[in-house]
Design a protein around this ligand. Structure first.
Ligand SMILES: [Zn+2]
Ligand SMILES: [Zn+2]
Length: 360
């Protein structure tokens, strides 16, 4: 429903004759609006799950954006469409699709079960109005802190203030809002998780599975929705030590740092080449001719794409940690081969951390 309403509203808004947002002196950050508007469309389209794969939804959103911008150029409407408008919209789509992939399901059965548990607990949390209030307040607080400090820094350090600065403040506020959301959700989750998991809910339908019989490998079935269960699936959540949680951070940060350095080197090479070659010069001139908000949109997308890949690298490392939990202890890396396992569940003899061997 949200997708259909949003799609209708967006189509009307983008085709409204001679609509002009902003004023002469303070033009609206039009390109960023395009980026967020069509990114929002892609986000809601993915949420509908009408298309089985994320990339399929991505292709549809790309086509939609293209069509929307082309039809805006119809002379009757008195609106303008430009290549940069289309580019900004498509950047938004690319951003959302990449992040949906980066945060999507990953790893083998052990890690996927852990993620299913997380999704189940989150869904339960968001059924309570309290959660919405707490998360929204945390997001607002985060936005005020980051947006406010950037605004103050600009006012007192750079003593400049204009449309371009406003965009930067908005971007900073959004990052703060995301951080606030993340922190508040992590807090809420860790508070409810342990207690709720002890009641052995089915992660598929929520039915209680405390009366289910499990075979010698720890396999069982949900009495209500018949999904296959593993006795150890309720052994989570265990608190991984910081060293284990941080194991994926090093490669992720190394990747992000490497990409930023590669970007800087490319830029330097391009500047050097522009003295001799016309094409390099043209490329740099094209960039300078972009409106400032389009430059911000490109910068923002590049950074967000690198961040998405880094997140995916981190999550892949963590997935491996959980998928191999019956071979190497997640907490202390102790070799667990040969450790006794009953009904798929065992305990590390070195540190006492529980582990699960998921049956095939
Ligand atoms: Zn079930
Ligand atoms: Zn251990």
């Amino acid at each position: 429903m949200a997708f259909v309403l949003y799609a209708c509203a967006l189509t009307v808004a983008t085709h409204w004759p001679q609509l002009d947002i902003g004023t002469e002196t303070q033009p609206a950050p039009d390109k960023l609006l395009h980026l967020f508007a069509f990114g929002g469309l892609a986000f809601l389209l993915i949420q509908t799950r009408w298309l089985r794969r994320i990339w399929m939804a991505g292709i549809l959103a790309v086509m939609w954006t293209l069509l929307d911008e082309i039809t805006q150029a119809l002379p009757v409407l008195g609106r303008q469409s430009s290549v940069t408008d289309i580019l900004a919209g498509e950047l938004g789509v690319a951003l959302v699709v990449t992040w949906a992939w980066a945060l999507g399901s990953i790893g083998g059965v052990a890690n996927r079960t852990r993620l299913a548990q997380q999704h189940f607990l989150l869904a339960e949390l968001f059924r309570q109005p309290r959660t919405w209030i707490i998360v929204a307040s945390a997001a607002l607080l985060g936005a005020l802190i980051t947006g406010g400090s950037i605004a103050l820094a600009m006012k007192f350090v750079f003593t400049r203030y204009g449309g371009e600065q406003l965009t930067k403040i908005l971007v900073a506020a959004m990052v703060g809002a995301l951080a606030g959301t993340q922190v508040s959700l992590a807090g809420l989750l860790s508070r409810v998780a342990a207690g709720r998991v002890k009641q052995r809910p089915c992660f598929g339908c929520g039915a209680s599975c405390s009366a289910v019989q499990f075979d010698s490998a720890g396999r069982g079935r949900c009495p209500q929705c018949d999904v296959s269960l593993q006795l150890g699936q309720w052994a989570e959540p265990m608190q991984l030590p910081l060293s284990a949680a941080a194991r994926g951070v090093v490669p992720a940060v190394a990747f992000a740092g490497g990409m930023l350095i590669a970007g800087a080197v490319t830029l330097l090479v391009l500047l050097r080449l522009s003295r001799q070659f016309a094409w390099a010069n043209d490329l740099i001139r094209t960039w300078h001719d972009f409106p400032p908000d389009m430059q911000t949109a490109v910068d923002l997308t590049a950074i967000a794409l690198i961040a998405a890949l880094a997140v995916r690298i981190y999550r892949r490392r963590q997935a491996r940690l959980h998928d191999r939990q019956h071979l190497n202890c997640r907490a202390c890396e102790h070799d667990l081969q040969g450790t006794p396992i009953t009904q798929g569940v065992g305990v590390c003899p070195e540190c006492g951390a529980p582990f699960v061997r998921f049956a095939k």
